[in-house]
Structure formats: structure tokens, C-alpha cells
Design a protein around this ligand. Structure first.
Ligand code: ATP
Ligand code: MG
Length: 569
């Protein structure tokens, strides 16, 4: 059941996906669905074991909840609707509807509320390591974004917000240990907390070019936040005064680059104006022409529950023109609220839409010509490379990351919906405070490969390698050689080291190539020629040939154990 391939699979875009398939770790069944072959299953189980040990160490209790979740639970939280098409739904023969678990906040809250009734039973954190299902718009990158994946999901229940912070920190620390033990360098990164606020949502990211998420990093002070959340300090502009604004026809030019081209100027003088619908009320948002609105920040700033771009009709009603000609100077609706990115404070000589189709205004001084309230200037854009760190004032860099875990303080969102109450010491009823904590166990396996490989194949960290040692037996037909390999295998196993013997009737070159491709941390070569020349040849996968060691067969096991110890993360 070990099948290595010389060719890359056609649908694989990133190295780790190519290598997992080529090394026979996983096999694709259909889009977003994979079989973990024997090698892959071993690595998956090893990651799982590390996760389990650290959850247990942090005091969490393992449970297993049904994957089939009754629709009623989702209806109670309101997520039967809001999860949308991303959730797989099935119906039984009695016409009862269920979801295939994409996550389990509803289920766990229903379970815990029926068991816990007193403050004496709190705090409690439960977890499971179980399959999750999501109908991803674009399943891709192998195990990174699949339709079915293994997740560790934990949920904490506490008496107060402060107590919940302690449960959160226990999980945060456990996550650091888990990823370090997997041989991964994973960074905790501040993420948006939704309605909760505060600093209690972190994603754990493995940095990689192939990562789907952007992260702002400040190498000076250590600030790290995902792009949804990342804040910047922006210097107000202080442009030279400009003459009164003037209308200019810009027929047919709809985008900023089209208008810029038409006017023969670059994009920096433009102000991008968009009309949003925030809980049913239109708001105009202005940002520098070369920037994008950060809708998460905007939503928080407006204190909106629901935020989306306004439809065409509403835009026309609010501004007096269609999107593309909208601007902050005299919109049709004189009471339209205009909020503006801080960088534009002091901006003069701007080009904005004229609120008249096919026209723009130039020489606009935002403070002079627009009605923007003093409190409506804020940081509203997505940060980019070189932006100034809000914490320390030094430039930030943007890196790509793979989200392997997420810790999140939920507050009482679900415990309110499910009336998960407990009795306090003075016999009053109070609502439990919750946190949820996920790790993509299968995604973590692939993140390890993405972080640790070279042109020849995978370089497994010893703790999660399918086997820690591969004995390449070069002359399986020669009894004496086979015996030495067999002895070495038994000695290593007795030391608790995972070992596989490649005794196939293949050429040495093929065996070496496969050992490198699969990426066993240590390779031991046992062959007639080697034994005649000094013994067993041992080499670490992450070191080159020059660091190969020769040792007597009787000393090989001890030498390998030493090598592995050095290779352990
Ligand atoms: P993403 O933003 O990558 O879609 P998410 O924020 O929706 O992930 P969570 O709900 O926080 O994911 O799930 C917890 C963990 O499960 C994630 O940190 C990630 O490691 C993993 N995960 C989520 N979706 C997938 C998927 N489709 N395939 C594999 N792992 C996944
Ligand atoms: Mg997440």
C-alpha cells in the first residue's frame, strides 16, 4: 500500500499537495475528498496523539458527539439560515433534517446545559477529535481546504467573563505546545472577535508563500494580526491648498484607473467613494483611491450588525448618481453620513465622483467641501506592506499564512440561545460564558509538509513522521545482510522507534529516491558492499551526504537514536 509517483498530480498547485500525493501519503477519491493511506494515517494519528495529550494536560475532557446534527439545534441559534450553502444538509426517511457537522457549538451547548446546573460543576472544557464537513466553494490544495477534514474542537464553559479568559489562556498555551511538538513554527495572530471585542481571538498561522491568508507583522514590536483585524497608524495628509473645485466630464470612464487614464493623472489623487447599507441605512465610505475598504473594521466602526454594499437603486437615491460617479461633495441625500479614512484628513486637490453620471470633480478639499463629522474619521482600510504599526510606529510587513488553529472567546452567544444557565453560590441563575477552540488536524499534517520539504521530497519532523527510520536493505537475498537489517529493526523497535524496512527487489537508486521523497527523518543503508566497507550507513534526511555516518552494525541502533534525538523538534 505504499505507492510513490514520479509525476505531480495535475490538480496540485502547491508543493505540499504535490508531495503528499507523490509520496503516497494520501490518495484523492474525488474533489476535496482524500483517503489517508497507511503512511498518511500514521502521521495523522501522531498529530492527533499530540493534540490529545496536550488537551488532556490542559484539563480538557474528551467526548465524541454525533456528526449528524438535528436541524432544530441550528434553528435555535439562527445558524440553520446563516450557515448558508457551506453546510451539508441531509434528510432522513421520516423527513427530519440534519446537518453534517461543520462545527459543533450548538450540539455541545445542548449537551452541557443538560448536565451542568451549578457553579460547582464549572469551569469545564470538553473536546473531540472528529470529522467535519464543509461544502467549500473551492476545495483545493489537498488537505488544506477539503470537504471532509479532521478537526479538534474544544469548548469551554465558565461562570464569568474573567473566568472564561483563564480557560482561553489555557487553550492558547496548549496550542503553542501542540504546534511546537509537531515541529511547526506557528504564530498566534490577533483575529477579529466579532461582537465580543477585546483581545480574545487568535488564529495560529504557519507562514508559507502558499498560505491563503494575509497577516500583518511588525518585526519591531511583535504585533501580528490577520488582515481583517490589522490596524495601522496613518499620518494625516497635509496637502497644499487648492483652488475651488471644478466639474470635469469623464464620459464612459467608470473605474479609477479609467478616469485617471482619461485625465492623464495617476491614481494617488483619487478618493474612492462607496455606498454601504448598514442595518438598512446608507453610509458613504471614502478611502484613498489606491486602497481597499476593510469591511470588518467598517462594520465595527459603524456598530452595524449587517453590512453590505448598497444596491444600485439605493446608491442612486443616496448620491444622485450611479456607482462610479459617486463622491462626498453634496450627495443627493443631504443627510447621508460620510465616513472617511484617517489618511485623507488634510487631503486637498483630490479627484472625486461628482454625484452626476459621467462627471468627476477636481481640486476637492475634503474638509472644506464635504460634510464629514469630526468623529467620522477612522482607520478603515486593509493594511499593506510598509504601513505603520499602530502599536510601535515602525513599518509592518505582510506575510502569507496557513491557519492551523483558532481560539475564540464566544461570550454568551450560544449559551443565551440555548438558555445554558447555572446556579451561582447565592442561588441566582446566571448564563455560562463560552469559548471555542479549533485545530485543523488534517490541515496541520499538510502544513508540516509545506513548511518542511526540499526538491527531493518531504522532510518530516521526527515527532510526526509516518516512520522515524527507514532501513534500506540493498541485498535482501543475502542472508547475512538480511539478518543484520532484521536485528537493527528489532533493536530500534525495542527502543520505541518506528522503523520500516525497504526490502523490495528494487535498485538502490530507487530506494534512496523513495526514502527521500517520503522523507523519513533517518535513513539507514544495510547492504553487502557497505558492510564490507565499514558497516551501516546512516544519514539524517535534513542533512546532506557529507554528514553521513558509517557505524558498526552493533552500534547502529544507538547512533540512530542519537541522530533522531538531535532531529526532534
Ligand atoms: P478558513 O478561514 O481557512 O476557512 P475557518 O476560519 O473557517 O477556516 P474554523 O471554523 O476556525 O475555520 O475551523 C478551525 C480549524 O479547522 C481551522 O483553523 C483550520 O485549521 C481547519 N479548517 C477549516 N476549514 C477547513 C477545511 N475546509 N479543510 C481543512 N481544514 C479546515
Ligand atoms: Mg478560523
Amino acid at each position: 500500500m505504499i505507492q510513490t509517483l514520479r509525476e505531480n498530480p495535475q490538480d496540485a498547485e502547491i508543493d505540499s499537495h504535490k508531495l503528499l500525493v507523490r509520496a503516497g501519503i494520501v490518495k484523492k477519491l474525488a474533489g476535496g475528498l482524500y483517503t489517508y493511506l497507511p503512511l498518511g494515517t500514521r502521521s495523522l494519528k501522531k498529530v492527533e496523539r499530540i493534540v490529545r495529550e496536550e488537551m488532556d494536560r490542559a484539563g480538557a475532557l474528551e467526548i465524541v458527539m454525533p456528526i449528524l446534527q438535528p436541524a432544530e439545534l441550528w434553528k435555535q441559534s439562527g445558524r440553520w439560515e446563516s450557515m448558508g450553502p457551506g453546510m451539508f444538509r441531509v434528510t432522513d426517511r421520516g423527513e427530519h433534517e440534519y446537518s453534517l457537522a461543520p462545527t459543533a457549538e450548538e450540539t455541545v451547548t445542548e449537551v452541557v446545559r443538560n448536565i451542568v446546573s451549578s457553579y460547582r460543576q464549572l469551569p469545564v472544557t470538553v473536546y473531540q477529535i472528529h470529522w467535519k464537513f464543509r461544502d467549500e466553494i473551492r476545495p483545493r490544495f489537498g488537505l488544506m481546504r477539503s470537504k471532509e477534514f479532521l478537526m479538534k474542537d474544544a469548548y469551554s464553559f465558565d461562570v464569568t467573563m474573567e473566568a472564561a479568559d483563564r480557560s482561553y489562556m489555557a487553550m492558547f498555551e496548549a496550542y503553542k505546545r501542540i504546534f511546537a511538538r509537531c515541529g511547526l513554527k506557528a504564530y498566534p495572530v490577533e483575529a477579529d472577535t466579532g461582537d465580543i471585542g477585546g483581545k480574545f481571538s487568535h488564529e495560529f498561522h504557519v507562514l508559507a508563500e502558499a498560505g491563503e491568508d494575509g497577516i500583518a507583522f511588525c518585526e519591531t514590536c511583535g504585533y501580528a494580526a490577520n488582515l481583517e483585524k490589522a490596524e495601522r497608524k496613518s499620518a494625516n495628509r497635509n496637502d497644499a491648498p487648492c483652488p475651488p473645485y471644478e466639474e470635469i466630464p469623464t464620459p464612459g470612464a467608470r473605474t479609477i484607473s479609467e478616469v485617471a487614464k482619461f485625465m492623464g493623472v495617476d491614481g494617488s489623487a483619487f478618493v474612492k467613494s462607496l455606498v454601504y447599507n448598514a442595518d438598512g441605512t446608507c453610509v458613504m465610505v471614502c478611502v484613498p483611491g489606491d486602497r481597499d475598504v476593510n469591511e470588518v473594521k467598517l462594520k465595527h466602526f459603524l456598530g452595524a450588525k449587517k453590512l453590505e454594499l448598497a444596491d444600485g437603486e439605493s446608491v442612486f437615491k443616496a448620491a444622485g448618481a450611479n456607482a462610479g460617479s459617486v463622491g462626498p461633495v453634496n450627495p443627493a441625500d443631504a443627510s447621508l453620513r460620510i465616513v472617511c479614512d484617517l489618511e485623507l484628513k488634510g487631503a486637498k486637490g483630490c479627484i472625486v465622483g461628482a454625484n452626476k453620471d459621467g462627471y468627476h470633480l477636481k481640486h476637492v478639499d475634503l474638509a472644506r467641501d464635504c460634510r464629514i463629522a469630526e468623529g467620522d474619521w477612522a482607520d478603515l482600510v486593509i493594511v499593506r506592506d510598509g504601513d505603520i504599526c499602530a502599536k510601535c510606529g515602525k513599518p509592518m510587513v505582510i506575510k502569507r499564512g496557513i491557519e492551523v488553529g483558532h481560539v475564540f472567546k464566544l461570550g454568551t452567544k450560544y449559551t443565551d440561545a440555548f438558555k445554558a444557565l447555572y446556579k451561582t453560590s447565592d442561588l441566582k441563575e446566571s448564563t455560562m460564558v463560552m469559548g471555542c477552540y479549533g485545530i485543523g488536524v488534517s490541515r496541520t499534517v499538510q502544513a508540516v509538509v509545506e513548511q518542511s520539504h526540499d526538491k527531493d521530497g518531504i522532510i518530516w519532523p521526527a515527532a510526526v513522521a509516518p516512520y522515524q527510520v527507514c532501513i534500506c536493505l540493498l541485498d535482501p537475498g543475502v542472508t547475512e545482510v538480511a539478518e543484520i537489517a532484521g536485528r537493527l529493526e528489532a533493536e530500534l523497535e525495542a527502543m520505541g522507534i518506528d522503523v520500516i524496512v525497504d526490502d523490495r527487489a528494487e535498485r538502490p537508486g530507487v530506494k534512496f529516491k523513495d526514502a527521500d521523497l517520503i522523507g523519513f527523518p533517518v535513513r539507514a543503508v544495510v547492504g553487502a558492499k557497505g558492510l564490507a566497507n565499514g558497516g551501516v550507513e546512516i544519514k539524517r534526511r535534513d542533512q546532506d551526504k557529507s554528514q553521513m555516518q558509517m557505524c558498526a552494525p552493533s552500534e547502529a541502533a544507538a547512533a540512530i537514536a542519537r541522530m533522531l534525538g538531535e532531529a526532534m523538534p
